[in-house]
Design a protein around this ligand. Structure first.
Ligand code: NDP
Length: 464
């Protein structure tokens, strides 16, 4: 009988791989089972292909802006198939890097689905490809997948999976349903690449849980970039027709080549066929494994991290943290605690996040609305300005920056930005917020001139 694994990780995405490698580094005998390509959603059909396509789309505005600086740029054309081929090649390369990293760390990879068959006092029996393996601990890190809504014809919709992985032929027109992270990012990519793009969403503004000033500024900016926005619209049915689909919406029919649904992601069905039910592991209604702050489920020695887990009731607002770096931080924290007796805490309160729309929107900390709801008496600092780049282009582009400050302690509770490089700027400010920076310390920081970022340390008068 083979020696049992110290840790069996189900799911080879960002979180699972990070935990497996860190555990192996500390001498644990580790296995990872992954039925799809190692790298997970982020690398294969999420963040990485998305960012590459975002770069591609960004050139549209840059080429346009170049004219204001004396460049004669004529005949610029975009080749969709060339971009998709280059993107896919890079994803293949990264998948190879992930495989090598696992191999070098001494982790055993099973390129198949795993199922937990049972648990006894000694650990877990896990079945992979008809063979049984024994493990002392199990980590469930199976992520989430796009959630489609139950309307007639929904089978004619595609999701970010098809946009970001594989070889979707170039559509001429697309409707994007949903105005969260993915809806905004996909719509921005498509419109930047010259595709007629309409975004339909049921709310009055995108990004429901973000700061209201950020939502308003972003809505204005992406409309100016050419995305047709249809707020307050409900899609009732999708009807296939030759070469495309017709959407039956609350505001009449809409004909497009493709419809992309970006209406959220949920752990089910990823967590459905792992044998968790028969073991009595508690899941919530979305299929998320309920875990405590140490990532342990209702069953001892069975852990879950990342998008497939939820810390409901533990004071951690994990629903808003389904992000790659959070899964990685959780995976490493778990491995450190289990195999290195090193208690590491994830800083959930100051997780920076960005929407890679055109322009970008990014934030760290609390929105004004959440801060007020949490009982803070806040001072608001806000600026809107035309970025220097556009003084010569004549383009009507605005950047928005905002600080939410606790009047009592002078601590900066939240930073929000819509504009170019927002993600890069907010990452730096996340360090300041994690360190508990006050507004006085922002004021004492010397500006870096000329930059857009300097506005974050030069806002002197509160607007509210
Ligand atoms: P989000 O939760 O961000 O947005 C979902 C959107 O779909 C909202 O506009 C929501 O509307 C709408 N919606 C939900 N249910 C329905 C329904 N039944 N009918 C109509 N509209 C509906 O989900 P995404 O799919 O955009 O992204 C999933 C998660 O992936 C994100 O929350 C994030 O954690 C992660 N992600 C992070 C990225 C990043 O960091 N850059 C990039 C991509 C994904 P309403 O507001 O009215 O509820």
């Amino acid at each position: 009988v083979a020696e049992p694994f110290d840790l069996f990780v189900i799911g080879g995405g960002s979180g699972g791989v990070a935990c497996a490698r860190r555990a192996a580094l500390h001498g644990a005998r580790v296995a990872v089972a992954e039925a799809s390509r190692v790298g997970g959603t982020c690398v294969i059909r999420g963040c990485v292909p998305k960012k590459l396509m975002h770069y591609a789309a960004r050139f549209a505005e840059q080429i346009d802006a170049a004219a204001g600086y004396g460049w004669r740029v004529s005949g610029a054309e975009h080749d969709w198939d060339e971009l998709i081929a280059a993107r896919n090649k890079e994803i293949d390369r990264l998948n190879g890097v992930y495989l090598k990293m696992l191999e070098r760390s001494g982790v055993t990879l099973f390129p198949s689905r795993a199922r937990i068959e049972g648990a006894d006092g000694d650990g877990f029996m896990i079945e992979v490809d008809g063979r049984a393996h024994h493990a002392r601990r199990v980590l469930v890190a199976v992520g989430a997948r796009p959630q489609l809504v139950g309307i007639p014809g929904i089978e004619h919709a595609i999701t970010s999976d098809q946009v970001l992985e594989g070889r979707l032929p170039r559509p001429r027109s697309v409707a994007v349903v949903g105005a969260g992270y993915i809806g905004l990012e996909v719509a921005s990519i498509l419109v930047g690449l010259g595709i007629d793009t309409t975004m339909l969403f049921r709310a009055d503004l995108p990004l429901r849980h973000f700061d209201l000033d950020l939502r308003i500024a972003l809505t204005d900016a992406i409309a100016k970039r050419g995305v047709r926005l249809r707020p307050g619209v409900v899609v009732r049915a999708i009807v296939a027709r030759p070469g495309g689909v017709t959407l039956d919406t609350s505001e009449g029919p809409l004909e497009v080549d493709r419809v992309v649904y970006a209406t959220g992601r949920k752990p089910r069905p990823n967590t459905a066929h792992l044998g968790l039910d028969s073991l009595g592991v508690e899941l919530d209604e979305t299929g998320a494994v309920q875990v405590d702050p140490a990532y342990e489920s209702s069953l001892g020695d069975l852990f879950a991290i990342g998008d497939c887990s939820d810390h409901a009731g533990q004071g951690l607002d994990s629903g808003s943290h389904d992000l790659t770096p959070v899964a990685i931080a959780e995976g490493r924290a778990l491995a450190e605690r289990l195999f290195n007796s090193n208690p590491v805490e994830v800083a959930y309160d100051t997780i920076p996040t960005a929407v890679f729309s055109l322009p970008e929107a990014a934030m760290v900390g609390l929105s004004e609305e959440r801060a007020r709801k949490a009982g803070f008496d806040v001072a608001i600092y806000r600026t809107r300005f035309r970025p220097m780049l556009h003084t010569l282009t004549g383009h009507d582009v605005q950047t928005m920056m905002k600080l939410v400050v606790d009047k009592a302690s002078d601590r900066v509770l939240g930073c929000h930005m819509v504009g170019d490089d927002a993600a890069e700027i907010i990452q730096g400010l996340a360090v300041a917020l994690t360190a508990g920076a006050t507004k006085a310390q922002f004021d004492a920081t010397v500006a870096l001139h000329p930059s857009a970022a300097e506005e974050f340390v030069t806002m002197s008068q509160p607007v509210g």
